[in-house]
Design a protein around this ligand. Structure first.
Ligand SMILES: *Cc1c(COP(=O)(O)O)cnc(C)c1O
Length: 356
């Protein structure tokens, strides 16, 4: 039985999008490949609200995260972590011998502009990483106030993990001054896993030029230069089938209208939040609730595994808490192509199973 995935990725992909992946292959050095990848790039610039270069990567989002911290840290990176996905940046730096310090907030809390200011004022850093939507805790970190601070430090390269938010909420990359903004296709963009996307600013390019060892596959500078020189082609063979799906889905996203899409996500989020407040409690600080995913405190001590088993019989799956937060919290995603009706049906099913 097909299950609707209300987990934070991968999520459901429409039939017509899946069909795109059965189209015949083209050579990755052909004009057609350039055209396909150039078109994708232009559409992604609209989604990212950027005029900077778009990089596509046949990997999951983590690949570009690792590539960006490695390619662009000249002196020392500051990783701001609000949970498991923030911690991942730190591990990537350590394992690539990139000098790094990590600054944490408590789970459920957000990274504030004030916190970033304090760290940047030390003058010890030239790159920062922020997780926009911390998928482990359901916190959406406040980009505007962080942007205000980062703008005061012109040498800082700002890397943003927007994996679980891009496509579900507005992120104005150029206006905010984000140098490398990264997402994966399997979350709010509503595509199969296997591709990652980033925008890369000229400042990030300038920084990468000063870094000697940037690796090979995830050398962001090499990707950037190759795309520019070879009309949107890539140094190695990209996932062409996934590109077809991406190109097609981007048309659907732009046809829906970005503002409509953001509004639909916000409406779904507010619906789930209201339900969570009534029946349970929200896990994150109310000031920083995510638009794409809700983390709920398990105040009724329900057996999440058992709930999921019952939901499975009705064609749904939700997500347990992440890592340490397992069973203390559970998570419902509301991103991609889901409608309010889909979310309402899911919540009704949960109410019915739990008799709440
Ligand atoms: C899912 C997720 C990741 C990991 O993305 P992959 O595409 O699986 O590599 C990173 N950060 C956040 C916030 C995520 O939600």
């Amino acid at each position: 039985m097909k299950k609707s995935l209300f987990i934070p990725g991968p999520i459901d992909v429409s039939e017509d999008v899946l069909e795109q992946m059965s189209k015949p292959m083209i050579g990755h050095r052909s004009k057609d490949a350039s055209t396909l990848q150039r078109n994708i790039s232009e559409k992604l610039q609209k989604l990212f609200h950027t005029e900077e270069q778009i990089l596509l990567s046949t990997s999951s989002g983590s690949g570009l995260m690792e590539g960006s911290i490695r390619s662009c840290t000249r002196k020392r990176a500051a990783v701001f972590s609000s949970g498991a996905f923030g911690d991942r940046w730190y591990k990537m730096a350590i394992c690539n011998s990139v000098p790094v310090d990590k600054f944490n907030v408590e789970e459920g809390e957000a990274i504030t502009g004030e916190m970033v200011e304090k760290v940047l004022a030390t003058g010890n850093y030239d790159l920062i990483t922020i997780t926009h939507n911390e998928t482990s805790t359901g916190v959406m970190n406040p980009l505007e106030e962080i942007s205000e601070v980062v703008k005061g430090y012109p040498d800082i390269v700002w890397c943003l993990d927007a994996v679980s938010s891009m496509g579900g909420t507005k992120i104005e990359v150029d206006k905010l001054g984000i140098d490398i903004c990264i997402t994966s296709t399997q979350k709010a963009m509503g595509l199969p896993p296997g591709l990652a996307v980033a925008s890369m600013s000229e400042k990030a390019v300038w920084a990468a030029e000063k870094v000697e060892h940037r690796g090979v596959y995830f050398d962001l500078l090499a990707l950037y230069k190759y795309i520019q020189k070879k009309d949107h082609q890539y140094p190695s063979t990209p996932g062409i089938s996934l590109m077809y799906a991406l190109d097609y889905q981007l048309d659907k996203i732009l046809d829906e209208g970005l503002e409509n899409r953001y509004k639909r996500h916000l409406d779904m989020a507010q619906y789930v939040q209201k339900w969570a407040r009534e029946k349970f409690q929200l896990f994150p600080n109310e000031q920083y609730l995510s638009n794409t995913l809700t983390a709920i405190k398990n105040t009724r001590n329900i057996d999440v595994k058992k709930l999921n088993k019952e939901l499975g019989k009705r064609g749904y799956v939700i997500s347990n808490g992440y890592g340490e937060l397992k069973d203390r919290t559970f998570r419902i995603s509301h991103m991609g192509d889901y409608t309010m009706k889909d979310v309402q049906d899911l919540i009704e099913a949960i109410n019915d199973i739990l008799k709440i």
